[in-house]
Design a protein around this ligand. Structure first.
Ligand code: AMP
Ligand code: FE
Ligand code: FE
Ligand code: ZN
Length: 289
């Protein structure tokens, strides 16, 4: 008997409802073409792509995990929290996301003002033209405007200096504290997992002490298998997850043309997905064909 191949599970991707470049339906079609069996859509700070992705997943015959990647802030550092299967009608969580999205708008305008004042060829109108209706605005949309007006050729070019966290043009936006965000996700019946905790461009990464505090608040997992992690970072996640009893996940963090990440370049085991499903309240189930 031939063994059944393991399902291909990619639990972190973006559509153009945040800073990906494909619509939710296109993202699902790309995932199907890449051989993905279970896809999570995790746009930044929004559930706005869920309905379109659900319809497309049903048509494509692949499973869909509805999620969010929530930007959090603490001590001047940023942390991304994946929230799987939360209730999209949970008022406290949705209020917090709305507050973050609103703050992202004014923040982008301030960044563009600073850049333009310093002689960089950019206007806020050019940036707005890159942000769709209902889209969570982010720094990549400034990069997109710079591509359209011919200043650069890829988003990466803008992130080298102008858009980086330590750039003089960087402006922060409102973002919840990570422990509070874990509580909100758990209270909404969802499953909190820290995205790429040890991204190397962000210093030392998330301190063990903070992970422990988040664990006490209901954290379920760490995203270990991700292009921003090398072997040392994967090992660090493994050791900590083993000590606390956290689930390890993996993903592409695909952004369409906006990043080099390829769908399913890292994946999650069926056991880890089962643990995530078991930890969810069930109000937002995994959609299966
Ligand atoms: P923001 O959410 O506005 O703070 O912008 C951060 C987002 O920019 C991240 O979620 C990434 O998707 C994206 N990003 C960061 N670095 C790069 C890069 N070098 N090239 C393209 N996109 C990037
Ligand atoms: Fe992004
Ligand atoms: Fe992220
Ligand atoms: Zn992401």
């Amino acid at each position: 008997m031939t063994p059944t191949p393991e399902p291909v599970i990619d639990l972190h991707t973006h559509s153009n409802v945040s800073d990906g470049t494909e619509s939710p339906a296109e993202l699902v079609e790309s995932a199907k073409a890449a051989g993905i069996d279970v896809l999570a859509i995790t746009d930044h700070d929004t559930v706005g792509g869920w309905a379109e992705a659900a319809e497309a997943a049903s048509a494509a015959g692949i499973a869909l995990v509805r999620g969010i990647e929530i930007s959090c802030a603490y001590d001047g550092a940023s942390l991304h929290l994946l929230a799987y299967l939360p209730d999209p009608d949970d008022e406290a969580l949705m209020c917090e996301l709305e507050r973050a999205r609103r703050s992202r708008v004014s923040r982008l305008e301030r960044m563009v003002d600073l850049m333009a004042a310093d002689g960089i060829n950019i206007t806020y109108d050019e940036v707005l033209a890159q942000v769709g209706t209902g889209t969570t605005p982010g720094r990549p949309h400034i990069a997109d405007a710079l591509i359209v007006n011919g200043t650069i050729t890829h988003r990466d070019d803008a992130f080298v200096e102008w858009l980086a966290d330590d750039s003089p043009y960087y402006v922060s936006h409102y973002a919840p504290d990570p422990v509070r965000a874990v509580e909100l996700v758990a209270e909404a019946g969802g499953v909190p997992v820290i995205a790429h905790p040890y991204t190397r461009t962000r210093g030392e990464g998330v301190a063990d002490e903070l992970v422990e505090q988040m664990y006490a608040a209901g954290l379920v997992g760490l995203e270990a298998y991700h292009r921003d992690h090398g072997p040392a970072e994967v090992e660090r996640a493994r050791v900590l997850a083993g000590r606390l009893g956290l689930v390890l996940t993996g993903s592409s963090d695909y952004h369409g043309e906006g990043k080099h990440n390829q769908l399913a370049e890292h994946t999650t085991s069926p056991e880890a997905l089962a643990a995530i499903e078991a930890a969810a309240s069930g109000v937002t189930p995994v959609l299966r064909p």
